[in-house]
Design a protein around this ligand. Structure first.
Ligand code: NAD
Length: 258
């Protein structure tokens, strides 16, 4: 029987990259995230072509605690268990603190932080019962250090780091590990979208944002790739990673070494 992975926010970007990496390992894939019917159907088709295991879509809105908890219950009922849970859904908004819209603050905290609390709280009991579980939280270099104009995002990601450590301690003897990956910049839609806003907030061109702001932080001067993140997540899900627990793992080209 194939193992099962649920990845929140996996209709694009890093989540989709992680889904592809686990498709190659023949996991049942539970995909979640926003998108038009056509986009989601294309994602499901592409993933199905990579695996002989099942690929299903769950539409739960990460803003809605009840939908999140119902999603976990449905997935457990369908597959019997969740082996790997990846909390990846996330949004960004860039503005000075005094101009930061309240509804953006609330949405970022809900999607980037609280949704992980709800998935973990709902899923960890069964993982502990099965004596196996891997929880991988996609935090960020912004879970360790800050940048201006990203108050909600930085607060949420620091929160994910704290949540990861706490969960790791609570079920350490049950075969369940909980770790966070902290990527540096990955050129996904989420990063593309903030380039114009960053340019406006800083009063510089979009090209300058890429070279002097985004990659300025990354000593390798290269973006992290979704394939690298997928491979890292596959390793964390493996038996060889059983003693990696409560770890905050950077994949940021050296950004947070500075
Ligand atoms: P992305 O925009 O491509 O993906 C975000 C995913 O979250 C999408 O599938 C989207 O549909 C989903 N999502 C957004 N709101 C949702 C909601 N209400 N309910 C359900 N799903 C929702 O962005 P990405 O860059 O792939 O980001 C994925 C994660 O990686 C985020 O948590 C982000 O903070 C983190 N991250 C990204 C970078 C980067 O440079 N791209 C760096 C560090 C961390």
């Amino acid at each position: 029987m194939s193992a099962t992975i649920l990845i929140t926010g996996s209709t694009s970007g890093i989540g989709l990259g992680i889904a592809k990496a686990f498709a190659a390992k023949n996991y049942n894939l539970v995909i979640n995230g926003l998108g038009s019917d056509e986009q989601i159907s294309n994602v499901l088709k592409e993933l199905s072509s990579l695996t002989s295991a099942q690929v299903v879509y769950e539409a739960a809105d990460m803003l809605k605690p009840q939908q999140i908890r119902e999603m976990i219950a449905r997935v457990e009922a369908r597959f019997g268990k969740i082996d790997v849970l990846v909390n990846n859904a996330g949004i960004q908004y860039v503005a000075k603190i005094e101009e930061f819209p309240i509804e953006k603050w609330d949405a970022i905290i809900a999607i980037n932080l609280s949704s992980a609390f709800h998935t973990i709280a709902a899923a960890i009991g069964k993982m502990a019962e099965n004596k196996f579980g891997r929880i991988i939280n996609i935090a960020s270099a912004h879970g360790l250090v800050a940048s201006p104009f990203k108050s909600a995002y930085v607060a949420a990601k620091h929160g994910v780091v704290g949540l990861t450590k706490t969960v790791a301690l609570e079920h350490a003897r049950d075969g369940v590990t909980c770790n966070a990956i902290c990527p540096g910049y990955v050129l996904t839609g989420l990063v593309q979208a903030q380039i114009p806003d960053q340019a406006k907030s800083r009063g510089i061109s979009e090209e300058e944002v890429i070279n002097d702001v985004l990659l300025a932080a990354q000593p390798t001067k290269q973006f992290v790739t979704v394939e690298q993140l997928g491979a890292f997540a596959v390793f964390l899900a493996s038996g060889d990673a059983a003693q990696i627990n409560g770890a905050i793992l950077s994949m940021d080209g050296g950004w947070t070494a500075q």
